[in-house]
Ligand binder design. Structure first.
Ligand code: SF4
Ligand code: SF4
Ligand code: SF4
Length: 248
């Protein structure tokens, strides 16, 4: 029997769900192996009977926490989809300010007291509220990797997510390092899996897939040292996508 899959969104731009819709020809193959039972961005039908829940977005309000816990209670497997869900992503940048400042900055003098829709707290990643089984990194997620993850889960296998830096993929692509052009690239300490998309288009990696594990012992740090930079320089730049990790 095909596993039932559902997609859910919280605070996000919905770009990661859009990547699912952008799967194009592989979507035909995927619906051969999974049943999509809920996907607000793509279909009207909704079912609370699912095996695998893909959760996009970060958690911003008590009502979000409640909803996420219900999703977790129904799902056998829960996957965090994209940077907002995995780490809080760029939404977590607001955590450097007080909630009062954030509300004032966004809503001004509007009367938002006692309205649960505006009852925001500091942004949380999905795993700060419920247990997460797997993470699909990136802002947005990479289509090829997403296809592999859905296929693995449908076959009952553990998805393989790279734990080596973007530099490895960049070198495989034969790119000229963007440091040579005076750009600051986070590739040496960022988790691979995107095929070094940004450096392959002559842009620096901004670290949207988060930190590779144990970046301090990775030999790719030599790249940073070669250009007179330190691990701390790179980590400071990581705040855009990994504010939570960097502010610990
Ligand atoms: S990770 Fe990026 S693309 Fe995905 S929902 Fe968040 S902001 Fe949008
Ligand atoms: S630092 Fe950036 S551009 Fe240079 S090799 Fe690594 S990923 Fe590629
Ligand atoms: S190169 Fe870096 S910023 Fe670009 S998609 Fe890959 S991880 Fe994200």
């Amino acid at each position: 029997m095909k596993p039932k899959v559902a997609f859910f969104d919280f605070a996000s731009c919905e770009g990661c769900q859009l990547q699912v819709l952008n799967l194009e020809e592989s979507i035909i193959e995927l619906i051969e192996i999974v049943d999509v039972v809920s996907f607000r961005e793509a279909m009207k039908e909704h079912s609370d009977d699912y095996d695998i829940a893909f959760v996009e977005g970060s958690i911003a309000r008590p009502m979000d926490e409640e909803r996420l816990k219900k999703i977790r209670s129904k799902a056998k497997i829960l996957v965090a989809l994209g940077a907002c869900a995995c780490t809080g992503g760029i939404n977590a940048l607001r955590n450097q300010y007080s909630i009062e400042m954030v509300k004032k900055g966004v809503y001004g003098d509007a009367d938002i007291e006692n309205n649960p829709y505006f009852d925001v707290f500091h942004t949380k990643a999905v795993d700060e509220v419920v247990e997460v089984d797997y993470y699909v990194y990136g802002c947005p997620v990479d289509k090829d990797e997403l296809t592999k993850v859905i296929t693995s889960l449908a076959l009952g296998k553990r998805p393989e997510i790279p734990n080596y830096p973007v530099c490895v993929e960049c070198k495989k692509e034969g790119n000229v390092c963007v440091f040579e052009e005076g750009k600051f690239c986070l590739g040496p300490v960022t988790r691979a899996g995107c095929g070094a998309r940004c450096p392959s288009n002559n842009n620096a990696c901004e670290g949207c897939r988060g930190l590779v594990d144990n970046p301090n012992i990775n030999s790719e740090l030599e790249v940073l040292q070669k250009y007179g930079l330190t691990l701390e320089d790179a980590l400071e730049r990581f705040k855009m996508f990994c504010y939570r990790e960097m502010s610990k």
